[in-house]
Design a protein around this ligand. Structure first.
Ligand code: PLP
Ligand code: TYF
Length: 394
């Protein structure tokens, strides 16, 4: 059987992670995979997570199965974090999933089940797994313009024009905040235009929220998602706890299906449970329980929010420092976009050849599309990167 297999395309982000690990240079700088790193290059377990895990180990009396949708308390806590009081609870169906990737996968499986002819619209560019999973499931796919290569901001007119051609019932995948890979995000006014356009064409939004709290703050980063949730009868939200709780390997995420009313919620919930059962039965529980413990304990939650806020501010400081150094070295403002971008990433907007020069000559690793993980920098490496960018003629 296995002799019929063909090699599969590698994930360029994960291949880069391996190449970095194999590089013997001690001056190497990892701006590849989207994992938060502190100034010494470590990805710490957050304080509130450590404490929640300590309590879980001490207090947990059983590891028996929970339920196909996961722990209902996790759904309630995540719905509150994502949507606050935007919608009545009986309009929301929810399943816990293995990470945000699991949520995206289940969302697309749901499209296959509920609307097999629907086209999935993806931003150009987007996180590579989006297109890869859509393709794997055999769903029709199209892309919409998103990034303005000149300004390195959102090409809002191109985006609105493309979204205006979406057919009723098509699914439009949006990054709720902190766009990956570009770092460019619509303003509040631009989101209003996007929502109006999607309403006009009767699209079904699928909002990917993988970085809540990494951009402008927990509530601010949820504003677009909440505006979308309030504006459509049906939509899905796929959220990841990997980054904002720093629990990457625990595989913790959630998929929300927003419905018209409580009868539709019951039907949607039953189908989401069914999808979980077809794929892995019960979703992982440990990370979800850690998240629930933190979100429902005021003191732990305050501790988590404070550490997340430090993380966010560290990235903003690094952005500003890099933009300032580049302004000084280049004697112009063409790199100011780095300070305006939000989230972990900025797309530098240069060629794969220049990215290769940075890797070969300077040991600086960024994804071939020129995406840099800002959190991979520190006060020592910011000037090194800035000088290398100038030396490479970017
Ligand atoms: N969506 C986007 C845009 C991402 O960048 C990521 C990566 O972390 C995910 C979803 C899902 O991540 P995970 O499956 O690790 O929770
Ligand atoms: O974009 C990133 O770097 C993160 C991590 O298949 C990631 O989202 C990368 C690739 C992948 C899963 C997670």
């Amino acid at each position: 059987m296995f002799d019929t297999l063909k090699p599969q395309p590698a994930d360029k982000i994960l291949s880069l992670m391996q190449a970095y690990r194999a590089d013997p240079r001690d001056t190497k700088v990892d701006l590849g995979v989207g994992v938060y790193k502190d100034a010494s290059g470590n990805t710490p377990v957050m304080r509130a997570v450590k404490e929640a895990e300590r309590r879980l180990v001490a207090d947990q009396t059983t590891k028996a199965y929970v339920g196909l949708a996961g722990d209902p308390a996790f759904a309630d806590a995540m719905i509150d974090l994502l949507l606050a009081d935007t919608l009545p609870r009986d309009r929301i169906a929810a399943i816990a999933t293995p990470g945000g990737t699991g949520a995206i996968r289940q969302a697309l499986e749901m499209v296959k089940l509920a609307a097999p002819g629907a086209t999935i619209w993806i931003s150009d560019p987007s996180w590579p797994n989006h297109a890869s999973i859509v393709k794997f499931l055999g769903l029709p796919m199209r892309s919409y313009r998103y990034f303005d290569a000149d300004t390195r901001g959102v090409d809002i007119d191109g985006m609105i024009a493309d979204l205006g051609t979406v057919a009723p019932g098509d699914v439009v995948l949006l990054h709720g905040c902190c766009h990956n890979p570009t770092g460019a995000n619509p303003t509040a006014d631009q989101w209003t235009r996007i929502v109006a356009t999607l309403q006009q064409v009767q699209a079904v939004p699928l909002v990917d929220v993988a970085y809540q709290g990494f951009g402008d703050g927990l509530d601010q980063d949820a504003q677009a998602t909440r505006a979308i949730a309030a504006a459509f009868p049906n939509l899905m939200i796929a959220a990841s706890c990997s980054k904002n709780f720093g629990i990457y390997r625990e595989r913790t995420g959630i998929l929300l299906g927003i419905t018209r009313d409580k009868d539709e919620t019951a039907l949607t919930q039953a189908n989401l449970n069914f999808l979980n059962r077809q794929n892995y039965s019960f979703p992982p529980d440990h990370g979800a329980r850690v998240v629930t413990t933190i979100l429902t304990d005021p003191a732990l939650r305050a501790e988590w929010e404070a550490e997340l806020e430090d993380t966010r501010n560290t990235m903003l400081t690094l952005r500003q420092a890099l933009a300032d150094d580049l302004r000084r070295l280049s004697n112009d403002d063409r790199f100011d976009f780095i300070a305006h971008h939000r989230g972990m990433f900025s797309l530098l907007g240069t060629s794969a050849d220049k990215v290769e020069v940075l890797r070969a000559d300077h040991g600086i690793y960024m994804v071939s599309d020129s995406r840099m993980n800002i959190a991979g920098l520190n006060a020592r490496t910011v000037p090194i990167l800035a000088q290398a960018i100038i030396d490479a003629g970017i």
